[in-house]
Design a protein. Structure first.
Length: 101
C-alpha cells in the first residue's frame, strides 16, 4: 500500500511540474537596437556590475536615457490614468447606509 501511495504522489508531482513548465513564457529575444541600447545603459549605470539594472540603478538614470529605453521597447510603460478619474470618489459605492444616530 505504501508503494502505491508513493507512486501516486510521484505521478501527481510530475504532472504538476509538467503543467507549470508548459505555462512558462519563453523569453523574448532583443532586437539589435535594443541590445545596443541595453549595452550602453549597462555600461553607464550598472554600478554593481551584475549585468542587470536594479531599482536603485534605474532611479539614477537620467530622463533622457529612460526615454531612450522606452522608445526601443525596454522600459516599463506605466498605464495612463483615465481622463475622467476622480480622486474624491468613495472607495465603495455598495456600502450599507450608516446607522449612526
Amino acid at each position: 500500500m505504501k508503494k502505491f501511495l508513493v507512486i501516486v504522489i510521484g505521478l501527481l508531482c510530475a504532472t504538476a511540474i509538467l503543467v507549470q513548465a508548459q505555462d512558462a513564457k519563453p523569453k523574448k529575444e532583443l532586437t539589435p537596437e535594443q541590445q545596443a541600447v541595453m549595452k550602453e545603459m549597462l555600461a553607464k549605470y550598472d554600478t554593481n556590475k551584475d549585468g542587470k539594472l536594479d531599482k536603485t540603478e534605474r532611479t539614477a538614470m537620467s530622463q533622457e536615457d529612460k526615454d531612450k529605453m522606452t522608445k526601443v521597447g525596454l522600459g516599463k510603460k506605466k498605464p495612463a490614468a483615465p481622463a475622467d478619474a476622480s480622486t474624491n470618489a468613495p472607495a465603495c459605492t455598495n456600502a450599507p447606509p450608516s446607522t449612526d444616530k
